[in-house]
Design a protein around this ligand. Structure first.
Ligand code: PAF
Length: 287
């Protein structure tokens, strides 16, 4: 059955109140629509972890630093609802813009530290937009759990920090990145790639995998990252915005993989900004 679509906060609250009164656990899967198998894997995990599942669809203008990017972002609500049908989602919350940003809206949720660097350095204001909308969605849905993909690893860390810092009683659950058979991480942006660019795109993940293996085997981090950067450019990516080794727990930069680490990258291909990240096992297992 197709899940009902609610656009008004009051309607959502009326529904969640009945669930809470029945003692049911609520999960939310926040999305901007253009759903793919990565999102659907979050929905599946949410279904397994809670009694009720809300999928939110809201293309959040506050997190786009580039107006063209916002204008071109795919809006496919009808298809999204159809894709969700087999998963038994209880409700789709696709709020009208004024339900998120009412007239005179003036509050900004900003997370220092985690927002700096990586995507934060290349997309000014992006993470304030994410933190603000996610805070609103957490409060509006009163969910007990929220599901996010590890594909946006910096976002996942940021959202965890927001929930912890603002005492929002929600369990933020991170789910593994879903990939195409050739390794390309699923993303709504992949649909913007031309056929030839699509064939090149997995080179990003391949280069990262190689670098991660070298680092875990004890190769110097700088050399491994430099080689990976060269490989990505040789594959005909136009630019590597960043390629960095960071702590998996805190996202602080690492020059030695002596604790669980994450290799994170953003690179431009065919005018499309692709991001990816993978776990890097420590050189010596922590004692
Ligand atoms: O990852 C996304 O799609 C968005 O950043 C999110 C978390 C739905 C907030 O708008």
């Amino acid at each position: 059955m197709t899940a009902p679509i609610l656009r008004q906060l009051a309607d959502l609250r009326a529904l969640t109140k009945t669930w809470q009164q029945a003692g049911e656990r609520i999960a939310v899967v926040p999305t901007m629509g253009a759903l793919h198998d990565g999102h659907l894997s979050l929905v599946k995990s949410a279904k397994a972890g809670a009694d009720r599942v809300i999928v939110t669809i809201f293309v959040n203008p506050k997190q786009f630093n580039n107006p063209d990017d916002l204008a071109n972002y795919p809006r496919t609500e009808h298809d999204d609802a159809a894709k969700l049908r087999p998963y038994g989602v209880d409700v789709i919350y696709a709020p009208d813009a004024d339900q998120i940003y009412p007239e005179g809206f003036a509050t900004n949720v900003s997370v220092s530290g985690i927002s700096a660097g990586l995507c934060g350095a290349h997309r000014p204001g992006h993470f304030d937009g994410v933190a603000t909308v996610v805070t609103k969605l957490f409060l509006q849905t009163s969910a007990d759990q929220a599901y996010f993909g590890e594909k946006d690893y910096q976002q996942l860390m940021l959202v965890r920090r927001v929930a912890r810092d603002l005492d929002i009683p929600i369990d933020v659950v991170g789910c593994p990145t879903v990939r195409e058979a050739d390794g390309l991480a699923l993303s709504s942006r992949n649909t913007h790639l031309s056929d030839s660019a699509r064939a090149i795109a997995p080179a990003l993940h391949r280069a990262m995998d190689r670098a991660a293996a070298q680092i875990t085997a004890g190769a110097p981090v700088d050399d491994s990252l430099e080689q990976a950067r060269a490989d990505i450019l040789a594959a005909r990516f136009a630019d590597v915005e960043y390629l960095e080794l960071r702590s998996a727990a805190t996202l602080t930069p690492m020059t030695l993989a002596n604790a669980p680490a994450r290799l994170l990258a953003a690179a431009m291909l065919d005018g499309v900004r692709l991001i990816d990240n993978i776990a890097v096992a420590p050189v010596t297992p922590p004692r």
